[in-house]
Design a protein around this ligand. Structure first.
Ligand code: ZN
Ligand code: ZN
Length: 347
């Protein structure tokens, strides 16, 4: 019997004849419950909710586990740490975690089953950035590539990351000149650290963040990223130097913190979703993303050159169609019903 795989609140792999079940990035703790082990690619909570569980063996990088704790203030349990680029055995299956870019500690997983070598990307970025390397290309021949497709649609427009960073810098400087505090909504984990690192490098200003972002920044600091920031919840208003301060808020935050209410501010948002939506309640929206865009994803698939591609997350159908058209490879969404196995096949 060949190795089987399917999407079921995570990517489930069934190794025959032993009936060994592994799950990658389960979206609930329950989804992992009947599996022999779970693997977690990175700390974003759409991938990492199985970290605090009772009794399921979880494999991840140590940094992902630390970032999860910083992000959620929950403790991880039963986790075995796996180093990047080293082969590990999980009940007879060899696996290797390789860099995914995207955020610190993020990994792609290569599974070496007897009959198939499968690579699951998790979330990837293929651009070299200040806080993350580019995603690695697996060294071995890959039979099945399961790739993310968050921005896998051709008409989503992304400028180069350097150019977007440049426009964020310009916007910040212009507002400071007008004595307005730039307030930027941005994802806690990944984008915030990349933009802090960039602004630290370019401008001598004080960056204020919330407590959660600060906990995440500490993990980056421990890993050798020299980020400089302050916590606004510890701020005494008389310390705020309005002409040289910027404030970062969680991406979904609508309310501004109390201390800002007596100052003139200007609001911006940093999110890849700005390639799709207008964000008209902000003065500026910057479509900066720690995910590969469509062209970058396509280039990555081309270089890996697998036998078959399955797409997952975001524009999975659109991206599968683009792969079929442009690379002439077998490609379909992992969640497509035709791909689902019958119960008999899976059990
Ligand atoms: Zn992610
Ligand atoms: Zn994700």
């Amino acid at each position: 019997m060949p190795t089987l795989f399917k999407y079921d609140k995570g990517i489930k792999f069934l190794k025959k004849p032993e009936n060994l079940t592994l799950i990658a990035d389960p979206t609930t703790v329950k989804a992992a419950e009947n599996c022999d082990a779970a693997l977690i690619t990175h700390a974003h909570t759409d991938h990492s909710l199985a970290f605090p569980n009772e009794g399921i063996r979880v494999y991840s990088t140590e940094v992902s586990s630390q970032l999860f704790e910083g992000l959620t203030a929950k403790k991880t349990k039963n986790t075995r740490f796996v180093e990047l680029n080293k082969t590990t055995n999980i009940s007879d299956v060899e696996v290797k975690l390789i860099p995914a870019g995207h955020l610190l500690g993020a990994a792609q997983i290569v599974f070496y089953f007897d009959d198939l070598t499968i690579c699951y990307t998790g979330d990837i970025s293929t651009d070299e950035m200040l806080t993350v390397p580019r995603a690695a290309v697996p060294e071995d021949d890959i039979d099945i590539l399961i790739t993310e497709a968050t921005y896998g649609k051709e008409d989503l427009f992304f400028d180069s990351r350097e150019k977007i960073k440049g426009s964020i810098l310009k916007w910040v400087a212009e507002n400071l000149q007008m004595k307005k505090v730039p307030v930027i909504n941005i994802g806690h984990l990944g984008a915030a650290q990349e933009i802090i690192a960039y602004l630290n490098e370019m401008l001598s200003i004080d960056i204020y963040c919330d407590n959660r972002t600060s906990e995440i920044n500490k993990v980056y600091l421990n890993e050798g990223h020299n980020l400089q920031w302050n916590r606004f919840d510890l701020l005494n208003d008389s310390e705020l130097k309005v002409e040289r301060s910027i404030v970062l808020l969680p991406r979904a935050a609508k309310e501004i913190p109390e201390f800002l209410k007596s100052h003139k501010i200007s609001r911006g948002i940093v999110t890849g979703q700005a390639s799709r939506f207008a964000y008209s309640s902000f003065e500026q929206a910057f479509s900066f993303s720690m995910h590969a865009n469509c062209n970058e994803l396509l280039e990555y698939v081309k270089v890996v050159n697998p036998q078959k591609v399955y797409t997952l997350y975001g524009f999975d159908s659109d991206f599968a169609a683009i792969i079929r058209q442009k690379l002439k490879l077998f490609a379909r969404p992992l969640k497509m019903s035709k791909n689902r196995l019958t119960l008999e096949e899976f059990l």
